[in-house]
Write a protein that binds this ligand. Structure first.
Ligand code: CA
Length: 235
C-alpha cells in the first residue's frame, strides 16, 4: 500500500530573536526541520546548508538518508572551519522520508518528531540534550526541563564530530496518522498535552493545525524561532 501525505509547514521568528535560525524542507517525499546554532550568522547558515545538502543528495539519488545526513554534517563542519564568521556553528536535524507506507526518520539534536495515531500522541524521537539526560537520570522533571536555563544545550548536532551518531528508524504508517516535525521553539513554549489538544481541535486539517501551533507558541511568549512540518497520511 502506498500512502499519500497532505502537508503543511511553517516557520516563524517568534517575538524575541532577531533572526530565524530554523530551516525546513517540504519536498515530497522528503521533509525535515533543522534548528541552527552558533552566533548571529552561524545558525542560519548551518540549518540552511544542512538541508540544502540533503535535498541535493536526495535529488541526485546519492546515498540513503543516513548517509546524506553524515555528508551534511561534514559540509557544515567544513564551512565552519573555512569561514571564521560562522566558526563553531551547528544544527539539529529531524528528517522524514516517505517510502510507500513507511516513514524513515533520521534525527540528531533536540528538534522532535511526534506521531498522532487514534488520537494518541507520542514522541518518537529522543532529545539529544543536556536536560533530557537530567530527566533520564531522574534529576529534573520534564516540566522543569522546559524552563531550565540550560534547556538549549544539545549534546549532539551536525557540524561537529565526524563520528556523529544519527538515530535512524523506519515506521509503518496507517491512514489517518499525523506526523509532526518541530523545532524546540514549539516544544519549550507548549507542553505535549497542549500540542495534542491543538492538533485534535484542528480535526485533521494540517494547515489549520500548523497555524494554530505557531500562534499558540507566540502567544505564550515566542521566545525562540518556531518551525512545524505536519503530514497527514491517507490511502
Ligand atoms: Ca531553537
Amino acid at each position: 500500500m502506498t500512502l499519500r501525505a497532505t502537508v503543511a509547514a511553517g516557520t516563524d521568528i517568534g517575538h524575541v530573536r532577531e533572526g530565524n535560525e530554523d530551516s525546513f524542507t517540504s519536498m515530497d517525499p522528503l521533509f525535515a526541520v533543522a534548528d541552527g546554532m552558533g552566533g548571529h550568522a552561524g545558525g542560519e547558515v548551518a540549518s540552511g546548508l544542512a538541508l540544502e545538502t540533503i535535498e541535493r543528495l536526495f535529488t541526485r539519488g546519492e546515498g540513503d538518508l543516513a548517509e546524506q545526513v553524515h555528508e551534511a554534517n561534514r559540509i557544515v563542519f567544513e564551512r565552519s572551519v573555512l569561514d571564521r564568521s560562522v566558526a563553531g556553528m551547528g544544527t539539529t536535524l529531524t528528517a522524514a522520508l516517505l517510502e510507500g507506507d513507511r516513514v524513515r526518520l533520521a534525527h540528531v539534536g533536540d528538534s522532535r518528531a511526534y506521531l498522532i495515531r487514534n488520537e494518541q500522541m507520542s514522541r518518537i524521537t529522543n532529545d539529544h540534550s543536556w536536560v533530557n539526560e537530567q530527566i533520564q537520570s531522574g534529576v529534573i522533571s520534564a516540566e522543569q526541563a522546559r524552563s531550565h536555563p540550560l534547556r538549549n544545550v544539545v549534546t549532539r548536532a551536525l557540524g561537529g564530530r565526524s563520528d556523529l551518531v544519527v538515530d535512524v528508524q523506519s515506521r509503518r504508517m496507517k491512514p489517518g496518522d499525523v506526523l509532526l516535525l518541530c523545532s524546540d521553539g514549539l516544544t519549550t513554549m507548549i507542553g505535549d498535552e497542549d500540542i495534542a489538544r491543538i492538533l485534535g481541535e484542528a480535526q485533521g486539517d494540517v494547515a489549520r493545525a500548523a497555524t494554530a501551533l505557531v500562534a499558540e507558541a507566540n502567544q505564550r511568549g515566542g521566545e525562540d524561532n518556531i518551525t512545524v512540518v505536519l503530514l497527514r497520511f491517507e490511502e
